[in-house]
Design a protein around this ligand. Sequence first.
Ligand SMILES: [Zn+2]
Length: 256
Amino acid sequence: MKLNKLLIVAGHGGKDTGAVANNIIERDINLIVAKKVQELMSKFCDIKMTRTDNETYLTPYECAVIGNKWGADLALHIHHNGGGGDGAEIIHTVFTEDSMGDELSEKIADKFRVIGQNVRRVFSRWNSKENNDYYSAIRNADQDAVITEFAFVDSKDSKMLTDEWLDAEAYAISSALIEFYNLEVKMSYKDVELEEILNMALENPDDMINLIDTLVLLSNNNFDLGIIQKSGKFIDDAILKVFKVAYELGKEGYYD
Ligand SMILES: [Zn+2]
């Protein structure tokens, strides 16, 4: 079970708005959450987005073909529900016996509960013959496919669709994926280079000027401190404190 390639499908697009109510357009919030998941997951796996704007429209079938051609390990379809109701729904693949879609969906459901959303049901369905309904995404996928419906757009449930909740939703989905697939941060060549520079600076911890300069360099390059912790290196509180100060100075452009 691996997740090297993640296809993210922001449901609907273009003239197909999905559910519209309470000043919320499903098409638009699907994309907001999709982009946030992309950002959160980008250090863990390769990602392909089927759309990155609200003008593009692809049928669910076309999205499935993109994932199959690319060789995606998982197709994650992000939707929000319509038709009135309360709570999240997650729909998963039924295409093979060893499909993990059901277990992954339960994991996502658990994470939704953790952030405070109730879950109506986790289920599977592929009984439609049309290729333009969203179950075709499941029917035509060569890989596990999961459709998330975090909350209803057109009921009181829409109170769960503020910016803050959409953030939390993206975190919940991402943390479910990270835990389920046991993902490790994928270090880029640049990360490795920066880590070496940090190691050199740490060999001389008394040279605070050098250390601060190094940490500013790291923060300006979006170096993730989590990488160092994950790779088992110890950074004591003092250095973390210096890092925070240096990060703030770097953000303010103090060292430019
Ligand atoms: Zn939808």
